[in-house]
Design a protein around this ligand. Structure first.
Ligand code: EPU
Length: 426
């Protein structure tokens, strides 16, 4: 197991980095390659353990895959319907294979994803969608067995849950419906950019999807899909994380520059950083940006919400920023109200954060002190790295495997901006 040593430094970050392709787009897009027996090429796929895991699942299902510098070629000519528990249990996004398998084979056997440290993560809405398409679902030995021997039938379904729309649930239903007979209408669909990217990929395969990126998606079923070549969108959460790094530890004159970003996906994060007093400027048609810190920032309040609201995947990183922002900031997570384990770890670094009922109240401190801390999930681990950049002394971030699930070479990227970081065996 590896750990990260972060040497908190007064030398501000400067320079530029290039943002990677989106993990949360690439995962369902790779699953969607199961919908055709023809080869698909997916470009700008980040080098992450979650991606390696999805590729292993495709391979275990019988697909041929080939990876070369950010591009993955998948040919799913002859595939099986059972996704092995050992691989599925490692990552919730594995349930994305459910929709494509049942659409193509009329059957899918996928193990139930396990519990998750960021809170309860049910899949009732995924199953509601598949049942509405006419699939039958039974549970057996920890596996869901989904069958549709006569094929799927288009339907109208509302996917709204008690915490709002579901991203992977919308993805799963869209992937199942593309080969269904007739038209499917998804109401209360998730409109995250990753859902739109998946729809663009499916349309490039010959699907007929309109409305992706809005709350109402219409899918006209087609007989079959063909291979295609697609480039994944920029990772807006990686971008946001580095924007926070710039606001927290950037050089006030030069700031840090991020390339290959997508401005329209970053409005909520830009708005909150600007409200806190930091300077965010986009250029090159919104595909690059510079973030310069304000030496006298102020606390702000955040409430997470589905896109285009403030992303839950960015709340931990903002909490790290507010830990040393003067004044009081309040962060409420309405999507995953239990996603605050990072706060206890930041308090070990001298932060003053109180969490109650899905809300963190942060009293900004002038500085933090380095401490050994434990990463609890992907975004929490990024938040701890950010906090450590500002802490006095050397922080030790354990359970680094969480960060490698979702940030491509984060330590190298930070080092290239001037941070002092090293990776060691724990
Ligand atoms: N929900 C239900 N029933 C369901 C599905 C979801 O009640 O059947 C609830 C969830 O418990 C949650 C809310 O609906 O309260 C939204 O969950 P959603 O289904 O949208 O989450 P997800 O699709 O499983 C994706 C991202 C997460 C991100 C969430 C919310 C991927 C691979 N994962 O998860 O990303 O937090 O959307 O935006 O796309 C991350 O990258 O660190 C990460 C956790």
């Amino acid at each position: 197991m590896e750990k990260l040593l972060v040497y908190g430094s007064d030398t501000p970050l400067s320079g530029s980095i290039t943002i990677s392709g989106s993990k949360n787009s690439a995962l369902p897009i790779l699953a969607a390659t199961l919908l055709t027996e023809e080869p698909c090429i997916v470009r700008r796929v980040p080098d992450l353990t979650d991606i390696h895991n999805m590729i292993k699942i495709l391979s275990a299902l019988g697909a041929q895959e080939d990876r070369c510098s950010g591009s993955v070629r998948v040919e799913a000519k002859n595939i099986a319907s059972e996704a092995p528990y050992e691989l599925v249990r490692r990552m919730r996004a594995s349930i994305c294979v459910m929709g494509p398998l049942v659409a193509r084979l009329g059957e899918a056997k996928v193990s139930l994803p396990g519990g998750c440290v960021i809170g309860d993560r049910p899949i009732d809405l995924h199953l509601k969608g598949l049942e509405a398409l006419g699939a039958q679902i039974s549970m057996d030995g920890g596996y869901m067995h989904i069958t549709a021997p006569q094929g799927l039938q288009g339907c109208e379904v509302d996917l709204r849950g008690k915490h709002g729309p579901t991203v992977l649930g919308t993805d799963n239903l869209m992937m199942a419906a593309v080969l269904a007979k007739g038209t499917t209408i998804i109401e209360s669909a998730a409109c995250e950019p990753e859902v739109e990217d998946l729809a663009n990929f499916l349309n490039a395969m010959g699907a007929k999807i309109t409305g992706a990126g809005t709350r109402r998606i219409v899918i006209e079923g087609v007989e079959s899909l063909h291979g295609t070549d697609h480039t994944v969108i920029a990772d807006r959460i990686e971008t946001g994380t580095f924007m926070v790094a710039g606001a927290l530890a950037g050089c006030p004159d030069k700031g840090i520059t991020l390339h290959q970003v997508e401005k329209s996906h970053l409005c909520a994060v830009t708005e909150k950083l600007t409200e806190a007093g930091h300077d965010v400027q986009f250029f090159q048609k919104g595909n690059s940006c510079v973030i310069k810190p304000n030496p006298h920032p102020q606390g702000v309040n955040i409430i997470t919400a589905p896109f285009p609201g403030f992303p839950t995947d960015m709340q931990a990183q903002m909490t790290a920023l507010f830990a040393t922002t003067p004044g009081i900031s309040v962060v409420e997570d309405t999507i995953f109200p239990h996603r605050f384990i990072h706060c206890a770890e930041m308090n070990r670094m001298g932060a003053d954060i109180r969490v109650d009922n899905g809300t963190a109240v942060i009293h900004g401190k002038p500085s933090l002190q380095a401490a050994p801390v434990m990463a609890s999930d992907l975004r929490a681990s990024a938040a701890l790295v950010l906090a450590a950049l500002k802490a006095k002394g050397t922080s030790e971030i354990n359970r680094l495997y969480h960060i490698d699930r979702g940030y491509e070479h984060i330590d190298n990227k930070l080092v290239s901006l001037g941070a002092r970081i090293s990776r060691q065996q724990a």
